[in-house]
Design a protein around this ligand. Structure first.
Ligand SMILES: Cc1cc2nc3c(=O)[nH]c(=O)nc-3n(C[C@H](O)[C@H](O)[C@H](O)COP(=O)(O)OP(=O)(O)OC[C@H]3O[C@@H](n4cnc5c(N)ncnc54)[C@H](O)[C@@H]3O)c2cc1C
Length: 488
């Protein structure tokens, strides 16, 4: 996306330097290199500068500066995006929000917390725990990702099956839009009048502006948990067990599946012991009032027994429950032990097609000659195929990307979506028009333009860019080979 230039570059840098002290305006190559990539490490690009504000006032001044200068900006939390959402825009600035990390207010009686965008997800639950409360959305990256990033991506997690995604927990928002306007939406409770602006903003992938303060709903911690780990000979059997649990009317807090390759990685990383000779492991967690969990537990045990697992192990205490979740939540990073390079895909299929989708992913993987590990939120049909490749082998990244694209098309064909929780980012932007028709795409673009008329907030993300290469690989990119871009 081309944005008309503002003032000359030296005037521009003088204006920028007036907003932040020099130690919080990073300009040197060695300072910028840490921000060149995000969780999608195959790609990188260098920004003009990284601004590190400490107050909302500074963020507002930075956005207004970018608006006046027609300068692209990318908001950044912890940079754990797996779709290239926080990849810098070359020639633009990164606004790093980690220092806005205060919990401004926590009201245990009304059950809400007001937080700055750089607060880490688990810190909200840690602060709420002394009051018997917690913040429900629990991405596997929750110990490092920020609430601002969660809002931008409408992030989910294992327990979102029961509690819903981030959008279901945002009560209020203060944000600076890309136009420089500051807005306050929603409030401190669910009972509000007027349009659901918070719902519209949540999931915007940084394309509307920057969230400055977020009011989050807190929920009482469950009184009791019952967590079961069941091993199956085949992935399909595990998938059938999921269908049986859902069909029974039980609503567990989480239903997750890991396949053999993911189990191999998790076992090596956290020394977890999984049932031997299993192609898949199912994790089901019931949670809620003690009597309800006790009753549901009997129904769950009967369903799992009927699904003929190799072995089913209920966690006997909190330590065993924590160990089960540690294995599951470390699975993405653990796959790095099997292959230094991998793409984490994020597609959704209707639950009834889970078995067919997994079977076809296996076929596609074999045809491509690339290993795929599957770790996923089975309860809501949210697949996370991890495609293993060797980045140093010429052409292998491109083959991995082609396979990722085939998997996304499979999800669309089965009536699902190209993203469940990781967003579209740059990674999947070319597939968006395959999911939405031209009228719907036009509608999405017009909504974006209403918040960001100049197209300066995170340009190049979510929407396809005509003629642009899909991504700038960290290997030798065609534009780099042609001398158009440089990483020096
Ligand atoms: C090991 C691992 C496991 C993961 N597991 C999960 C999972 O279970 N569920 C899940 O949903 N995701 C998961 N993710 C993806 C990622 O952690 C989430 O998308 C997370 O919400 C990103 O937060 P962040 O602070 O790192 O944001 P960043 O990566 O810094 O930014 C993400 C997007 O948010 C925008 N943004 C950041 N802050 C703001 C703000 N204040 N206002 C407006 N826009 C903003 C950025 O511009 C960018 O588009 C995982 C990632 C990793 C590496």
């Amino acid at each position: 996306m081309s944005v008309p230039a503002g003032s000359s570059s030296s005037n521009r840098m003088t204006r920028l330097a007036a907003i932040l002290p020099s130690n919080r305006l990073l300009l040197r190559p060695e300072q910028l290199s840490a921000y060149e990539s995000d969780g999608l490490t195959a790609y990188r690009s260098r920004p003009l500068a990284v601004a590190v504000p400490e107050t909302t006032e500074e963020v507002i001044r930075l956005v207004r500066f970018c608006h006046d200068e027609r300068l692209p900006f990318v908001a950044r939390g912890s940079g754990t995006s797996l779709s290239g959402g926080s990849l810098p825009v070359e020639g633009g600035i990164v606004i790093a929000l980690n220092r806005l990390n205060k919990i401004l207010h926590l009201d245990p009686a009304q059950r809400f917390a007001v937080v700055e965008p750089g607060v880490i997800n688990t810190q909200v639950t840690t602060a709420a725990a002394v009051h018997g409360l917690h913040y429900a959305p629990d991405p596997s990256s929750q110990s490092i990702c920020t609430i601002g990033g969660n809002v931008a991506f409408n992030s989910g997690g294992a327990h979102c099956l029961k509690y819903g995604m981030t959008a279901n927990h945002v009560l209020g928002l203060k944000a600076v839009l890309a136009s420089g306007e500051v807005v306050s939406w929603g409030g401190r409770s669910r009972e509000q009048i007027g349009p659901d602006w918070c719902g519209l903003f949540t999931g915007n992938e940084g394309l509307f502006g920057i969230a400055l303060e977020i009011t989050l709903q807190l929920l009482p911690r469950a009184e009791s948990y019952h967590t079961v780990l069941a091993g199956y000979r085949t992935l399909e059997q595990a998938g059938d067990a999921v269908s049986a649990i859902v069909a029974s009317g039980l609503l567990p807090g989480a239903i997750e599946i890991m396949d053999a390759l993911a189990l191999e990685a998790a076992s090596a990383a956290v020394h977890a012991e999984y049932p031997p000779h299993c192609e898949a492991v199912l994790i089901v967690e019931l949670e809620g009032p003690r009597e309800g969990v006790a009753a549901d537990r009997l129904r769950l045990e009967a369903i799992i027994a009927a699904s003929q697992p190799v072995e089913a192990r209920p966690a006997r205490d909190a330590a065993e429950r924590a160990a089960i979740w540690k294995g599951r939540k470390s699975a993405f990073s653990a796959v790095g032990r099997l292959s230094p390079d991998f793409i984490v895909q994020d597609g959704v299929v209707p639950r009834r097609h889970l078995g067919a989708a997994l079977r076809q992913i296996g076929e596609l993987s074999r045809a491509a000659g690339l290993r795929v590990a599957n770790v996923f939120h089975a309860g809501d049909g949210n697949l996370h195929p991890l495609i293993l490749y060797r980045g140093r082998q010429p052409g292998e990244l491109e083959r991995a990307e082609a396979l990722a694209g085939q998997i996304l098309r499979l999800c669309i064909k089965l009536g699902g979506s190209i993203t469940g929780e990781h967003g579209v980012g740059v990674e999947k932007r070319d597939y968006l028009p395959e999911m939405f028709n031209p009228d719907e795409m036009d509608c999405l673009q017009r909504i974006r333009a209403a918040f960001d008329p100049l197209g300066i907030a995170n340009p190049g993300k979510m929407f396809p860019v005509a003629g642009a290469p899909a991504l700038h690989h960290s290997g030798l990119h065609p534009l780099e080979a042609a001398g158009v871009i440089s990483r020096e």
